[in-house]
Design a protein around this ligand. Sequence first.
Ligand code: AP5
Ligand code: MG
Length: 223
Amino acid sequence: MKNIILIAAPGAGKGTLAKSLKEKYGYVHISTGDLLRDAVNKGDELGLKVKDILAQGLLVEDEIVYQILKNRLQEADCQNGIILDGFPRNVNQAVKYEEILSDINIDLGVAILLDIDEKLLIQRITGRRICSKCGEIYNIYNPTITPKVENVCDKCGSALYQRSDDNEEALKSRYATYVEKTQPLIDYYQKKNNLYVVDSSKDADYTLEQVEKILRDLGDQVD
Ligand code: AP5
Ligand code: MG
């Protein structure tokens, strides 16, 4: 399987898509946001350092992210197809990523942009609810992905929670950070002839189908 880098605005559907690809094809899903939130929840030194930065929707220092990413990439499961969700997030990180990969002998793979109109993001972000146990992602504004019982996961029955940065104010800052720091990556991967664009404004199945088509056209065994 080709390694995949997901580039997208906050709330565009990176986590949702990565979860589906992981369940269907066994990809390893690496979300730098999830790794940082885990550290915050543990309350360790790293977590204390990054907590306010996440809540404000700013980017964590590059060096911190390189360290957690490198540690994760060195685990044995990363040899058979990884989906990077939320990294790289600026051009420096993209350049550094290629250095890290060549050190550990992993391919860059393809970059996929989940394209979405900014106007749709507010409901995706403020309506998102996440299962505290299995990580299933819901949205209370979208009847097709609303939990059957309020605040309870359909899959495992555990409680749902909202992220501390899932509010209108933090979204403004997260989106501005995306435009300023992350959007230049579109040009970066386009110049390498390695960027694929999918429409993420419809439902999650449609996003998945478009990605499957790209992977199939590139020679991967997907159904
Ligand atoms: P991160 O966790 O990466 O957050 P983000 O980029 O803001 O993206 P989200 O997780 O909010 O959205 P998503 O695209 O995953 O959407 P989802 O699938 O959940 O980063 C958080 C913070 O960590 C950053 O602000 C920064 O501080 C720090 N950080 C992380 N990486 C870093 C890095 N490399 N360098 C420096 N700092 C870093 O979907 C959203 C909602 O929409 C859900 O309710 C879902 O059900 C719904 N939905 C999803 N897809 C669809 C669809 N196709 N149709 C309809 N609804 C859908
Ligand atoms: Mg996410």
